[in-house]
Design a protein around this ligand. Structure first.
Ligand code: SER
Length: 605
């Protein structure tokens, strides 16, 4: 069979959805802006939440794309044949346009006519219903109408066929999932058993028609939406009959490079090479993102550090020479740069940060590993001693929170790495004890609380929306006070405050801060209507709208205008009138990185 490459699959997706009247939207950044509920973009629909809720999209009601996604809830699983922390999601959306009939018919056409999957290798799940929402018989009938045998349709509960989850608030709905029979040696059984692991889910089709309110109701959305997502890596792997995703064209050059650098064979060191290949790909996309993030001890920066350090530790076990990680990253840059030019633009940062981290961590890894061994030995010795006194004495294989914290604080061992190392030796770690030590020493990193890892939806609360408008006014005011060299470098908004980074190379004086506050408050007092219009990127530029022009925009953009104060390309949402903001205050300023200042501001105080 002819090989299906990553580019082939993307082309097929693109041509198919163009032929069905869809417009392509660019991949959003993997570090979401203005969405404090998640560290990374985990699905193509995430940046589209305002449009799923009813806002009109400048490119219309039928969209598709290839989205860079990062999911980090099972980093430890990486090393097997199919888990990845970074993946690309092929997605298509109907924003209140077509619904189940077309979505099912087109999915079936894509699977059987474009990807040429024999009908016999396909199976489907639909929602089986519960107290809140009834079973999705309608979709089951639609599959049958396409020629699917009813034995190949399984009805599953909300845990499987509701997206994102019945526990989360916001836009949601039941889904229908598409499965591919991966066993080349045995024919697929007539009756579909979703428990049989040889059935691999490749595509999810969400019927997003409800808004799950905070008081637990499932209210119909203003519009019925379609949100589909196909995992690119796994689809290419199964369609090429590989039982290992790392054998596809995505990783072939990378694995070859690791083999060359170590002189070892992939067949003998699969787990190690996969961990390095996966983690360095994700690190490349985080460092090389439009909102490039550096290794740190909190948030996305912590995940990045954890991935790089796990890759470094693994690289020692296969004697990957120092300096190799950045070489691997450069291979990824050349592979992906035509689709994600930001990687090429950020190439120097990627190389520098990987080398830096490798330099720093290699120094402490060896000493830390010795310390780790000492801890293990001390527990074993303690047990021997205690049992000499009393043969029934129990000393459990547990590394204390304090010991784990010392490995973190002195040797830079991410806690998850200590837990993994302990597990390899049959030991556990007192994670709660670690968290307590951590709290005592520093403010608790938000990342260590599980909530930040789960997928979530953009925060569109009124307060966040207003702060978003305040940020536009603030950028306009900063440019009036400090000059037109001030550009936005990043922003992060929670319902409590806005954090805003901009290019400027010194501390602002108290007078300057006051001037900025005065300009914003003047705009608020005037009660100006926030105008929103759609235009081409060229028209937006000519009209003087600010934008991060190095970013990729679609054919049409939305421009928010607050006459006299601000005009910016932006996806929104925004306040309707500046009066809603009531009052604006800057509460903090600090240096963010070289040449970049950071301001925190609040409203309504
Ligand atoms: N949002 C759904 C998912 O992530 C479909 O794209 O699976």
């Amino acid at each position: 069979m002819e090989q299906l490459t990553r580019k082939d699959l993307i082309e097929k997706w693109r041509n198919f959805y163009l032929s069905k009247g869809h417009k392509e939207i660019p991949s959003a950044s993997v570090i979401p802006e203005n969405d404090p509920s998640v560290l990374f973009n985990t699905a193509g629909m995430q940046p589209l939440v305002p449009y799923l809720l009813g806002k009109s999209h400048p490119l219309g009601k039928r969209l598709f794309n290839v989205q860079k996604c990062i999911r980090t809830n099972d980093i430890d699983e990486v090393g097997d044949y199919c888990h990845h922390t970074f993946f690309e999601m092929l997605g298509n959306w109907s924003l209140g346009d077509y619904f189940k009939d077309e979505a099912v018919a087109w999915s079936y056409e894509m699977l059987t006519k474009v990807l040429n999957i024999p009908k016999d290798r396909l199976a489907f799940t639909v929602f089986k219903g519960n107290e809140q929402v009834k079973a999705d018989e309608y979709t089951a009938k639609l599959w049958i109408k396409q020629g699917v045998d009813k034995d190949r349709i399984a009805y599953l509960p909300a845990e499987d066929n509701w997206w994102p989850s019945m526990d989360l608030t916001g836009p949601c709905g039941s889904d229908t999932e598409m499965f591919y029979w991966t066993d080349n040696n045995n024919k697929a059984p007539k009756k579909f058993n979703p428990e049989d692991k040889r059935w691999m889910e490749i595509w999810n089709n969400v019927f997003m028609e409800f808004n799950h309110t905070t008081d637990g109701k499932f209210e119909p959305l203003k519009q019925k939406n379609i949100d589909t997502g196909m995992g690119l890596e796994r689809t290419i792997a199964v369609l090429n009959s590989y039982d290992d995703n790392y054998l596809t064209d995505i990783w072939r050059p990378i694995i070859k490079l690791i083999e060359n650098l170590t002189g070892k064979s992939y067949n003998d060191f699969k787990k190690e090479m996969r961990i390095i290949a996966d983690h360095i790909r994700t690190a490349t996309f985080i460092l090389g993102d439009e909102h490039s993030t550096l290794p740190s001890n909190t948030g996305a920066g912590y995940i990045l550090r954890r991935l790089i350090r796990r890759a470094i530790r693994t690289s020692k076990t296969i004697n990957l020479p120092k300096g190799s990680l950045s070489k691997i990253a450069l291979e990824y840059v050349s592979e992906y740069k035509s689709d994600y030019p930001e990687l090429e633009r950020n190439k120097d940062i990627i190389v520098k940060e990987l080398n830096n981290e490798e330099e720093k961590f290699s120094k402490t890894l060896e000493d830390g590993t010795k310390e780790f061994e000492k801890v293990i030995n001390s527990i074993i010795r303690k047990r021997e001693f205690m049992q000499k006194q009393n043969p029934n004495a129990i000393v459990e294989n547990i590394i204390s929170g304090k010991q784990a914290f010392r490995l973190y604080d002195t040797f830079g061992f991410p806690i998850e790495m200590t837990i993994e190392m302990a597990k390899e030796r049959g030991f556990n770690v007192d994670k709660n004890g670690f968290d307590n030590s951590y709290k005592e020493h520093q403010e608790l990193a938000r990342t260590t609380s599980a909530g930040m890892f789960k997928g979530g939806l953009a925060d569109t609360s009124e307060q966040t929306t207003r702060l978003h408008t305040a940020v536009h006014l603030m950028l306009g005011a900063l440019r009036k006070v400090l000059g037109e060299n001030v550009h936005q470098k990043g922003s992060n908004i929670t319902s409590e405050r806005a954090r805003f980074d901009f290019s400027f190379d010194r501390k602002l004086t108290d007078e300057e801060i006051k001037q900025v506050e005065d300009i914003v408050n003047e705009a608020i007092k005037k009660g100006i209507d926030v105008q929103c219009s759609e235009m081409t990127l060229e028209e937006a530029k000519n009209s003087g709208a600010l934008g991060e022009f190095e970013n990729k925009y679609g054919e049409k953009v939305t421009v928010y205008n607050i006459p006299g104060y601000s005009k910016e390309i932006c996806g929104g949402p925004h306040a309707k009138n500046t009066a809603e903001l009531k009052n604006f205050k800057i509460i903090k300023q600090e240096a963010s990185s070289a040449g970049v200042r950071r301001i925190k501001a609040i409203i309504n105080f």
